[in-house]
Ligand binder design. Structure first.
Ligand code: NAI
Ligand code: MG
Length: 493
């Protein structure tokens, strides 16, 4: 696309009603990439009305799953055909290293292809017989699309988070209004372009970038929305849920985390260091499931810290488009300040700064910082308990399994957790004891479109991905028939 100054509503590119715009910044050099159309309540209303019409009167929910699947597959192909270009846009808008952006974009295409398969399968499995105890009746449970869905997504995996919501919603037969983050709106607008070229009917997908209070809040509050799907921070998620409560909207939330990683002392040290680093430095640590709290058994603690320090210092930091870079800038000036403040707070709270925290000497603009390792982090400290959402890992020693599990579960969050040991029975036991929606054994972070994704406790409600992600966008209707020849005989004997 040549410009991003229009919204995508009802299959057309339109200027925002109030004509507003905001700027999106490249965090590697703090320059403006584009002026982006800013939706306000008026545009959100037009987008919801278009989605409502497309759902109530349009072809989309009435098509067969196979027909919807064919279009989803075209969208997946549309992403694959432009993979390098889209990945480059993502790097410029978000800052992440190019190999990670390529990975995200491939996964986003794969997500559309996966839900194309599930859409096709719906043709055969939309109705499930229900066995009744009373054989005068027969009954089926029928899956139907929930209706108009509103999606509000964050900036850490811009295209991938769009795909996680758009693909299952469309597979189910829903229509959608998508509001990307104001920090990374570009690939969502590209997705609108791809969907329109894939001949998605008008109004099925509407993309309306804008600021949270100006565009996100009116979307969450709109009475004609049937379902809200949100990924982002806990306070905003709570606000979205309150807005949903007013109209009893179906809501799913994927919120923050402070995910623990328990490393037992029988672990191979380089394997542990590799997965600890991947668990917190991948995507600059701007990952809801980042294993940001690491518990290391005492027998391995000092050796592991030394090795982790050595490897962390080697991480190549720079513009995500530079070959070999493994850590890009923090997404925005605001987030950069938050992460730097968290590092200061950690020092003040008595955590031991092992390495990192400074601006790299070779980079004089952009929101860059050296990745941080904190050791001996007090259990009651802010940095141990709260989400930092940056490349900052907090580490503590533990003595035995019971202590590790207690400490890991001592959190208001419960998105993910990881455990590493050569003892398979122990890993299994700990995996069962951890109160989290995702548990990794002997690894951290690999994410699969086929498997359920979501959190316990303050980390959210509901599950995305896999068949669970499709269920998010389905209602279940009971259809029950009276089969008997005999009169009911209650009033008329
Ligand atoms: P946020 O939760 O405020 O933003 C997420 C989305 O919600 C964005 O699209 C935003 O425009 C929208 N939004 C903001 N205010 C809204 C409102 N009143 N009503 C409806 N929508 C609204 O997150 P933000 O400010 O980008 O990041 C703040 C912190 O959130 C981060 O430091 C991090 O801790 C956490 N976060 C967690 C993510 C996750 O994947 N769980 C992703 C991004 C941020
Ligand atoms: Mg940006």
């Amino acid at each position: 696309m040549n410009s991003y100054d229009q919204l995508f509503i009802d299959g057309r590119w339109v200027a925002p009603v109030k004509g507003g715009a905001f700027q999106t910044i490249n965090p590697s050099n703090e320059t403006v990439i584009a002026d982006v159309a800013a939706a306000t309540a008026e545009d959100i209303d037009l987008a919801v009305k278009a989605a409502r019409r497309a759902f109530d009167e349009g072809p989309w929910p009435r098509m067969s799953g196979a027909e919807r699947g064919a279009i989803l597959r075209k969208i997946g192909k549309g992403i694959r055909d432009r993979l390098d270009e889209l990945a480059t846009i993502e790097v410029r808008d978000n800052g992440k290293p190019l190999p990670e952006a390529l990975w995200d974009l491939g996964d986003a295409a794969g997500c559309f292809e996966f839900y194309a398969d599930l859409a096709e399968q719906l043709d055969a499995n939309a109705e499930q017989p229900v066995k009744l105890a009373d054989d005068r009746f027969s009954s089926v449970a029928r899956k139907e699309p929930v209706g108009v869905a509103g999606a509000i997504i964050p900036w850490n995996f811009p295209m991938l988070m769009a795909a996680w919501k758009v693909a299952p919603a469309l597979a189910a037969g829903c229509t959608m209004v998508l509001k990307p983050s104001e920090l990374t709106p570009l690939t969502s607008l590209e997705l609108a372009d791809i969907a329109s070229k894939a001949e998605l009917p008008s109004g099925v997908l509407n993309v309306v970038p804008g600021l949270g209070p100006d565009a996100g809040a009116p979307l969450a509050e709109h009475p004609d929305i049937d379902k809200l799907a949100f990924t982002g921070s806990v306070p905003t998620g709570s606000r979205v849920m309150q807005a949903a409560a007013r109209d009893i909207k179906n809501v799913s939330l994927e919120l923050g985390g402070k995910s623990p990683f328990i490393v037992f002392d029988d672990s191979e040290i380089d394997t542990a260091v590799e997965w600890i680093m991947f668990g917190i430095f991948w995507n600059q640590g701007e990952v809801c499931s980042a294993t940001s709290r690491v518990l290391v058994q005492r027998g391995l603690y000092d050796r592991l810290l030394a090795r982790l320090e050595e490897e962390t210092r080697k991480i190549a930091i720079g513009d995500g488009l530079t070959e070999g870079v493994l850590l890009g800038p923090i997404v925005s000036g605001g987030q950069y300040e938050k992460v730097l403040a968290a590092v200061e707070r950690g020092k003040a709270e008595g955590a031991r700064l092992v390495t990192g925290g400074a601006r790299p000497a070779h980079l004089d603009s952009g929101y860059f910082m050296e990745p941080v390792v904190f050791a001996d982090v007090p259990e009651n400290s802010w940095i141990w308990r709260e989400e930092i959402f940056g490349p900052v890992v907090c580490i503590r020693p533990f003595d035995d399994e019971a202590e590790a599990v207690r400490s890991a579960n001592d959190s208001r969050f419960g998105l993910a957790a990881a455990v590493m040991s050569r003892d398979a029975a122990r890993c299994e036991r700990v995996a069962h004891a951890l109160r989290a929606g995702i548990v990794w054994i002997n690894c951290s972070q690999p994410t699969f479109t086929e498997a359920p994704w979501g959190g316990y406790k303050h980390s959210g409600i509901g599950r995305e991905l896999g068949e669970w992600g499709l269920n998010n966008y389905l209602e279940i209707k009971q259809i029950t028939r009276y089969d008997s020849d005999k009169p009911w005989g209650w009033y008329i004997k």
